[in-house]
Ligand binder design. Structure first.
Ligand code: UD1
Length: 374
């Protein structure tokens, strides 16, 4: 019997693109059903979105919702409203949402209300911190999903603790690493580093955008002071997220010695990470990428939803973000050296496991060409 379901994949913001790309490729390689790609437009700049489509070889979206930036309620509501008619028109057998951004929750909610089954890729991650908008998105999306695709064993345990039936949980591994694997030889060669004007192992790379760091004037001032102090020891490269740029301007904060850049594309960000002495970040994905690249990572947060990057990887939390604490954490991390690590199933084959799980789910559900929705 041939199965031919429609899978509708939703992307919205920068960290979604590298997760969806390998899954789309794996399903297309198997000629599994029809794949529809919907971009909500939560991120819309070339530097935050288009460049990733090129770098990751993503097909153009079939539908672009053009939602853009707004408050949390409004942005979530805008996606809800805009995606409902798309779900009605395509009548997908499965709606695939990824990660923890506002678009993820909104798409999952709209789909669930229309009785469209939802798969959540990167399910089960928990920081335990409900002041993070992403934590709310994770908790609610996992409640709505029928297929929970997890990157690590701790995620399985979190879901079981929350009462998710074990047969819905599939430990597929980390699809981010599938995307990384494709470009790893290029990223590891120091080619491209010269263009950035730095030498291998002799600079720090920084990204920041979390509200807890950048929306608070005092906190952002402390971090900027630390970065300027670090820049007296090594060059510091800082591709700045538009949110951070806007807040810094609002608070009248500047960086004197740090090289502030526009946001960079996928490959350039990996090159910057792979050859840094230390990465300082509040990104989720970069905690994972630095673990596989073996580069010391300082996460400027009180918690992480990705504990394996600490227990098995190169990540350390810097919970007190005073200038002194950040600078001394940097000095300590600098002596760590490179130590590439691969947590279980971070092997570049996670998307194949996702495709396996979807195929099995479709068979179980009896989803096939022309079949009425179950
Ligand atoms: C969002 C996600 C976060 C993810 C991050 C990666 C939520 C709640 N947060 O945070 O989980 O780690 O993306 O970047 O979904 N802006 C632009 N151009 C763009 C996109 C954003 O200028 O292409 C500016 C806007 O001024 C906007 C601000 O950035 O107000 C914030 O964008 P938004 O999507 O609301 O959240 P992020 O902080 O990017």
């Amino acid at each position: 019997m041939s199965f031919d379901p429609t899978v509708l994949h939703v992307v919205g913001a920068r960290p979604n693109f590298m997760k969806v790309a390998p899954v789309l490729r794996a399903l297309r390689r198997r000629a599994f059903g029809r794949q529809v790609l919907v971009h909500t437009g939560q991120h819309y700049d070339d530097a935050m979105s288009s460049v990733f489509f090129d770098d990751l070889d993503l097909p153009d979206p079939d539908v672009h919702l053009g939602v853009g930036s707004a408050s949390h309620a409004r942005q979530t509501a805008d996606v809800l409203r805009a995606i409902e008619p798309v779900l009605e028109a395509y009548a997908p057998d499965l709606v695939m949402v990824v990660g923890d951004v506002n678009s993820t929750l909104a798409a999952a909610l709209a789909a669930a209300k229309l009785n469209r089954p939802v798969a959540h890729l990167e399910a089960g991650l928990r920081s335990g911190d409900r002041t993070m908008p992403e934590e709310i998105n994770r908790l609610l999306t996992d409640q709505l999903a029928e297929l929970l695709l997890t990157p690590s064993r701790d995620a399985d345990r979190n879901l079981e603790r929350e009462g998710v039936p074990p047969d819905r949980i599939h430990f597929v591994g980390n699809v981010m690493i599938d995307s990384l694997e494709r470009v790893l030889p290029k990223v590891r060669s120091a080619e491209g580093l010269e263009a950035l004007g730095v030498a291998d192992g002799e600079y720090a790379a920084v990204t920041l955008h979390r509200p807890s760091n950048v929306d608070d004037a005092r906190q952002l001032a402390d971090i900027f002071q630390a970065l300027d102090e670090i820049a007296a020891e090594v060059p510091v490269l800082f591709p700045m997220h538009p949110r951070t740029r806007a807040r810094a301007a609002e608070f009248g904060l500047t960086l004197d010695a740090v090289r502030v850049m526009e946001p960079v594309g996928y490959e350039t960000m990996l090159i910057l990470q792979a050859h840094a002495a230390v990465v300082l970040t509040d990104s989720g994905g970069m905690q994972e990428e630095t673990t596989v690249l073996g580069v010391p990572c300082l996460t400027l947060r009180e918690n992480t939803e990705r504990p394996v990057t600490i227990t098995e990887g190169t990540n350390r939390l810097v919970p007190r973000r005073t200038p002194e604490a950040i600078v001394s954490a940097f000095r300590a991390a600098r002596t760590d050296g490179r130590n590439p690590r691969r947590p279980e199933r971070w092997d570049g084959r996670a998307a194949e496991r996702v495709a396996d799980a979807i195929e099995k789910w479709a068979e179980r559900r009896g989803v096939r060409r022309g079949a009425a929705h179950v």
